[in-house]
Design a protein. Structure first.
Length: 564
């Protein structure tokens, strides 16, 4: 059957490996599903209390149940020199039985040379084609001779042994000798030298083999040259950035596109080369299998390039969560393409994919019941990305560990900690716990307590407060509306001032530099006012332990500085 099948940051090996593992896992489930019915039949016997169903009516062993089966079986029998079987596909009259071999050879030769329609045009329905304008027990097979259509007719009759079967009608057989005499040379025989037409290799003429190779090599060479010219022209009128983008897409899609288009041309040209119908039936399966693989390869590369480009654009816009969601979507899409290719190849091989799909459904339920944690982790990863709770590259606090998110897979979130270890947190667990994401902030808080000596006068305090307020107003990287410096307490060992200010930067390294400069300027203001910072262990004679407790842990803490 001839059909035209259309199938359709770390995103390199780490991205591809989970996808391939999932695709192979589903392929194993598919094979188990296909083996399931046979295994079940061997283990579960029929219930003795029930009457067994009546046996199904056996089909015709020669395949004459459909018009396509009749044409294919007849052609194959002739090429095997089995004329006794070939005669069973013909509605022979008494006179026609005397020269069955010559009649069968002539008819098979006409079909091989002049049937250029797709094989799919031959009906595979036992009822035939109901919309061809013929009686329901008639079917038309169209040959093209000298550019004009010539009809061969099949008739559905009742066979004593096989039931209803399709045969080449007696009226068509009566016309075969005249059609054979009027047949001229095909376009290929007229184009090629007689020596190539007469010489044969594996049952086909050398002329046919040459034409077959030309249908592959000529389109491939023409497309290669055309693509090179188009890309060279596009690069000549593009800037450096667009030129790099063109080179990326050209390098990724050039050969997949050339292969797919070349195969499309080849599939369309094969019926015109005069191959025998038996050869075309076998070769069409190989053609379709290669087309499916080529299309799957093209879609795989196209999705990889498309998602990579989309992630780069999302990163430029600062949409890190979208970038991670695209990474997960790419893996799911590639898995779907791999599964679609597997099912298409199974269909071409003659496997009943309806049974396979039912088995996959049962296998999927079994997997879901036996791997609830994996399903939970998969859904947790999807929910995390759709909620935009975190993204690759974000600095987060997860499971009381601080680090940078390196990857979000279908199972877990990988965090590179400050100690440079790799922490893997199951996505299902993470979706049910709190996540603190520092990458979403656009400003960082400086909250510091300044402790001045008790010998600081009120005038000095006013001077320190006024100058620090002026500093907070002057610096452009400080949010003016919320910045403040206030006298908050007279502590046991020091006069306490609270500094509160947001630095307008999401970059923690830049924040550290800005905070350092701000605190140095505050220290300079305190020193220039004649005051100073309190040192309880020196100024008031307390022990080092008491000073440490007062500074960090006691009810009246010493000088402290922290950022949020």
């Amino acid at each position: 059957m001839e059909r035209h099948a259309v199938t359709g940051g770390r995103d390199d090996r780490q991205s591809a490996a989970p996808t391939l593992r999932i695709a192979w896992a589903w392929a194993v489930v598919l094979l188990v599903a296909l083996a399931g019915p046979a295994g079940a039949a061997g283990q579960i016997g029929p219930e003795p209390s029930r009457t067994p169903p009546p046996p199904e009516e056996a089909g015709d062993p020669l395949g004459r149940d459909t018009p396509r089966g009749t044409i294919a079986g007849f052609n194959l029998a002739v090429h095997r020199e089995d004329f006794q079987s070939a005669a069973r596909f013909l509605q022979l009259s008494a006179g026609g039985r005397r020269d069955t071999e010559r009649l069968a050879r002539d008819l098979a030769d006409l079909i091989d040379r002049y049937y250029i329609q797709p094989l799919a045009a031959l009906s595979d329905d036992p009822q035939g084609t109901a919309t061809d304008g013929l009686a329901l027990d008639r079917e038309r097979v169209i040959l093209t001779m000298a550019g004009k259509p010539v009809d061969l007719e099949l008739v559905r009759v009742k066979d004593r042994e096989a039931g209803l079967v399709w045969l080449v009608s007696a009226q068509t057989l009566a016309r075969v000798p005249a059609l054979r005499r009027s047949a001229g040379v095909t376009w290929l025989e007229g184009l090629m030298p007689a020596a190539l037409v007469d010489a044969r290799l594996f049952g086909l003429s050398i002329a046919q083999w040459v034409a077959w190779a030309a249908t592959l090599l000529v389109p491939a060479a023409a497309l290669w040259l055309l693509s090179a010219i188009v890309i060279a022209s596009a690069r000549a009128v593009s800037g450096p950035k667009r030129r790099a983008l063109i080179d990326t897409w050209y390098g990724g899609l050039r050969w997949p596109v050339i292969l797919v288009v070349t195969l499309a041309v080849h599939v369309a040209a094969v019926p015109l080369l005069g191959f025998s119908l038996a050869f075309r039936f076998g070769y069409s399966r190989l053609e379709l299998a290669v087309v499916v693989l080529a299309v799957a390869w093209f879609l795989w590369r196209l999705m990889a390039l498309s998602f990579t480009h989309a992630r780069i654009m999302a990163l430029r816009r600062g949409q890190a969560s979208v970038r991670s969601l695209l990474l997960l979507a790419e893996r799911v899409s590639k898995t779907i393409v791999a599964l679609a290719a597997v099912f298409a190849l199974l269909t071409i091989a003659g496997v009943d994919t309806t049974t396979a799909l039912a088995g996959v459904g049962i296998g999927g339920v079994a997997i879901a019941l036996g791997a609830q944690r994996s399903v939970e982790n998969l859904l947790g990863g999807v929910f995390l990305l759709t909620d935009r709770a975190l993204a690759v590259g974000d600095t987060c606090s997860i499971a009381d560990r601080l680090g940078v998110v390196e990857d979000i897979t279908m199972r877990s979130v990988r965090l590179r900690t400050l100690e440079q270890t790799l922490l893997s947190v199951p996505a299902g667990v993470l979706a049910q716990s709190s996540v603190e994401n520092f990458a979403t902030r656009d400003k960082i808080l400086v909250l510091s307590t300044l402790r001045l000596r008790y010998d600081t006068t009120a005038a000095q305090l006013r001077q320190v407060l006024g100058r620090i307020r002026g500093l907070l107003e002057e610096r452009p990287e400080i949010e003016k509306e919320t910045a403040r410096i206030r006298l908050v307490d007279f502590g046991v060992y020091a006069i306490e001032l609270e500094l509160f200010a947001y630095l307008l930067t999401p970059d923690f390294s830049k924040f550290l530099a800005l905070r350092e400069e701000l605190l140095l300027q505050v220290a300079a203001i305190v020193e220039s006012s004649g005051s100073g910072f309190a040192r309880p262990e020196i100024d008031y004679g307390i022990s080092a332990a008491e000073a440490t407790s007062a500074r960090f842990g006691g009810p009246n803490r010493g000088t402290a500085n922290r950022s949020v």
